[in-house]
Ligand binder design. Structure first.
Ligand code: 2NE
Length: 270
């Protein structure tokens, strides 16, 4: 892995190699709980990986073997959100969830240890999840005075079914990696020692495939869940592809050349 210089992150690590970016939440002393600064850095890092043409797939993970992420850092939870260093309160992890879903490259959660609370929702919004044998999954909201009624509830129900999603949220139990696999929460369970190697192999396989196909498929899988915003994302791909055609370029050229457009040579395909 290479680490680009000058990023100045405090709470996360950014590595890249072979067209893959690996973003690591690096707060193992609190089981990789996030604070507003952590989320701000993740948003910056995802933006970087999104816009880097050398990157085709992104891995999100947590430092160490004990946790992927344990959700919001309860020590700095204020009255209306999580306090940053200036004292302002945020729920900016919701922005991060949307970013992971809308950025047009596959995002793979690589989970060792706990994915709990808001950390569980983070793996849920990733496109794929590879879990180590020691992974444990669950929500704690109703126990600690919180909930995620957005993707945390709705997307989970689409993954595991409504009855199971209600069980997960209402009972706040923890589930091991094999239970998570059985209910469709994760894609694969692998020995802890093979977690990164297997995740990289999945990433390499996607990198061998058509980036446009992956991009449009990702938007398609999100489209109905995300309502009009999802359709916008999917439709934006259609516009992007249309712009690459001589037909669309005729419209642009005619405008710039101050003449009427001539679309007569473009067939009305059945
Ligand atoms: C994650 C879990 C199950 C791990 O248990 P264990 O036994 O392996 O570790 P332990 O001893 O509980 O934790 C180790 C240290 O990490 C801190 C602990 O307080 C402990 O600190 P010390 O006693 O050593 O000083 N720690 C762990 N998670 C933390 C957290 N989230 N915030 C601050 N410190 C944390 C177990 O630790 C656990 O259940 N953690 C809490 C999980 C949780 O309830 N998360 C918040 C859910 S709400 C949320 O994330 C959220 C939302 O619902 C909506 C929007 C945004 C966020």
């Amino acid at each position: 892995w290479q680490q680009p210089e000058g990023l100045g992150y405090q709470d996360i690590l950014y590595h890249q190699a072979e067209g893959i970016a690996k973003l690591t939440i690096n707060r193992p002393e609190v089981r990789n709980a996030f604070r507003p600064e952590t989320v701000r850095e993740l948003i910056d890092a995802f933006h970087r990986a999104h816009h880097d043409p050398a990157i085709g797939v992104i891995i999100l993970t947590g430092a160490g073997e004990l946790a992927f992420c344990s959700g919001g850092d309860q020590r700095i939870r204020g009255e209306g959100g999580y306090r940053d260093n200036s004292g302002a309160e945020h729920l900016n992890v919701l922005d991060l969830q949307r970013q992971i879903r809308t950025l047009p490259k596959p995002v793979v959660a690589m989970v060792a240890g706990y994915a709990i609370g808001g950390g569980h929702v983070l793996h849920l919004v990733c496109d794929l999840t590879i879990a180590a044998e020691n992974a444990r999954f669950g929500q704690t909201g109703p126990k600690v005075g919180s909930f995620d009624a957005g993707f945390g509830a709705g997307l989970m129900a689409r993954n595991v079914g409504i009855k199971k999603a209600k069980e997960i949220w209402f009972l706040c139990r923890q589930y091991d990696a094999h239970e998570a696999l059985a209910m469709g929460l994760v894609n694969a369970v692998v020995p802890l020692g093979e977690l990164e190697a297997v995740t990289l192999e999945w990433c390499r396989q996607m990198l061998r495939h058509s980036p446009t196909a992956l991009r449009v498929l990702k938007a398609a899988f999100n489209a109905d869940t995300d309502g009009l915003a999802g359709i916008q994302e999917l439709a934006g791909n259609a516009t992007g592809l249309y712009y690459q055609t001589p037909e669309a370029q005729e419209g642009r050229n005619a405008y710039l050349e101050k003449r009427p457009p001539d679309f007569s040579r473009f067939p009305r395909r059945a």
